[in-house]
Design a protein around this ligand. Structure first.
Ligand code: FAD
Length: 473
């Protein structure tokens, strides 16, 4: 565990010294602010921060880190706090460093298709900026309205367009960071080509804020997709999903291939804002999207659909004919997380190679049937990337603690299956604190030793986000 703040008079001095860096009004330690900024969307750990500090520049972040090293104060980087692994949670008296004030688009270079932003720019704000330039920022997911670019980079966020556009990592051309040592580094400076040794930028992507703070980023933008069509298909068994994926991928460049279960759909429909895609219910649904760049492409999609019906893989289907219809169909998938939140779901975010998905699902299904016969399980996820979200809903007769204890007991079996198929215990949500005990199911002992050694190079006093991803020996 990292450094703590213990003495009251030391605490007061610390607040005053933080205020001297960022200004008196940009440090908060009232009860409401502590509760608000010290947690994320995981809701598993009680927030217990000492203060929240809101820097406005890289230099202010650097001064905070230098102070923290001097006084041995643990700092937690905080973005939009939509994370699902407790990476941004301050549960041990840390000072939270929030990027809410660092929310500016700094520069746009049209020839490079590149934008430089501060870390606190919202994902949705960057998407909108790109549209205004006639371009596109493709990383997208349901929390894009609140998550920040800094948080997205720190978690290497994925989402609903990975099958075509990749993860956040694929869009980061450069980073400005303040290391745990208090050094400011400009990593890769936006270049597409740069063969000068280790690319440290990639260490900070997905590091969950354990090596230092991301303060600015150079982000690549893409041409806008045109004439997107959305198809929702109903199917009776999971294996059919993989056949349908192969069939569509053989003929079309898909921009999304998502799946969800009937229970997931029921949760969304129950909220009353969107209708069933077709009358008959089936155990599983797929939502796929492609650019209908010509009538021939649309015709191909129809041919594949008909072939899938004939093969018996698909029972029902509907294709959007307008942008409004497309966004209505997307809501069936995108509203799942928000609509199941009221059931305090225990979330697993696991991935394997697409090749292994059918066998892996059979194993997971057996584990779930044996261990959770009475629990409602909501399946959904980015199946086109081999990424499954397994959500177990809390029965109303169990307390949150009893429920989490049961889920954690079964985790071992789920993660043994992940390990068997050389998969990941966290495809995109990160390890944080919630998945820390299970890191060894995906990373070898030797690998974890290297991770720990890298942490000690960038953050020798274990100041930045201590106790996240792994503990130090
Ligand atoms: C409804 C919903 C749907 C979601 N769907 C997806 C999805 O499809 N795909 C996906 O990948 N994720 C998804 N998420 C998870 C979450 O939105 C992402 O992990 C997102 O990238 C977190 O960004 P944030 O700004 O909220 O980060 P936070 O939650 O604030 O922080 C996340 C991590 O990044 C660190 N961090 C934050 N800012 C910085 C910084 N400037 N410098 C260094 N470290 C920093 C924090 O310490 C923490 O470890 C979803 C979440 C919700 C609630």
């Amino acid at each position: 565990m990292g450094p703590r703040i213990v003495l009251m008079n030391r605490h007061q001095t610390m607040i005053e010294r933080l205020q001297a860096i960022v200004g008196a009004t940009h440090v908060k330690n009232d009860v409401d602010s502590l509760a608000n900024w010290a947690c994320d969307a995981s809701r598993q750990y009680a927030p217990a921060a000492t203060a929240i500090v809101f820097p406005a520049s890289t230099e202010e972040v650097q001064a905070i880190v230098k102070l923290a090293n001097l006084e041995k104060i643990a700092l937690v980087p905080s973005g939009g706090r939509t994370g699902l692994s407790a990476g941004a949670v301050a549960a041990h008296g840390e000072v939270v460093v929030s990027f809410d004030r660092m929310n500016k688009v700094l520069e746009f270079l049209p020839l490079d298709h590149m934008v430089r932003v501060q870390a606190g720019v919202l994902t949705g704000q960057l998407q909108q900026f790109a549209i205004e330039q006639g371009l596109y920022y493709p990383v997208n997911f349901a929390s894009a309205g609140s998550s920040q670019i800094g948080g997205n980079i720190a978690t290497n966020a994925g989402g609903i367009k990975v099958i075509r556009y990749g993860m956040t990592r694929d869009w980061v051309l450069g980073l400005t960071v303040v290391t745990g040592n208090g050094d400011i580094l400009h990593l890769n400076k936006g270049m597409t080509k740069n063969a000068t040794g280790y690319d440290l930028r990639h260490l900070f992507i997905g590091a969950e804020g354990t090596l230092g703070f991301i303060t600015e980023a150079e982000i690549r933008l893409e041409r806008q997709p045109r004439d997107l069509r959305v198809i929702v298909l109903g199917m009776s068994d999971f294996n059919s999903i993989m056949h349908v994926l192969a069939a569509f991928q053989a003929r079309l460049d898909l921009t999304a291939f998502e799946f969800f279960s009937e229970l997931a759909l029921q949760c969304v429909i129950a909220d009353g804002n969107v209708d069933r895609p077709f009358q008959d219910a089936t155990p599983f649904y797929v939502l796929l999207e492609f650019e209908a760049s010509s009538p021939a492409v649309e015709e191909s999609a129809m041919q594949v659909f008909e072939a899938c019906m004939e093969a018996g893989w698909v029972q029902n289907g509907v294709m959007s004919q307008s942008e409004t219809q497309a966004s209505q169909l997307w809501r069936l998938r995108e509203d799942i997380s928000a609509t199941i939140a009221k059931f305090t779901p225990y979330k697993n975010d696991i991935s394997v190679l697409i090749t292994h998905v059918p066998a892996f699902i059979t194993d997971i299904d057996a584990i779930v049937q044996a261990n959770y016969p009475d629990f409602d399980i909501v399946w959904f996820g980015h199946i086109g990337d081999g990424n499954l979200h397994l959500n177990i809903l809390k029965p109303s007769n169990l307390s949150k603690d009893e429920f989490y204890a049961k889920c954690q007991f079964v985790n071992r079996s789920v993660f043994e299956a992940v390990q068997k198929y050389d998969g990941s215990i966290s495809a995109e949500h990160g390890v944080g604190m919630t998945k820390k005990p299970y890191l060894g199911f995906t990373r070898s002992k030797e690998e974890i030793s290297y991770l720990q050694a890298i942490k000690q190079v960038f953050d020798p006093n274990n100041i930045i986000n201590p106790g996240k991803i792994f503990d130090l020996p």
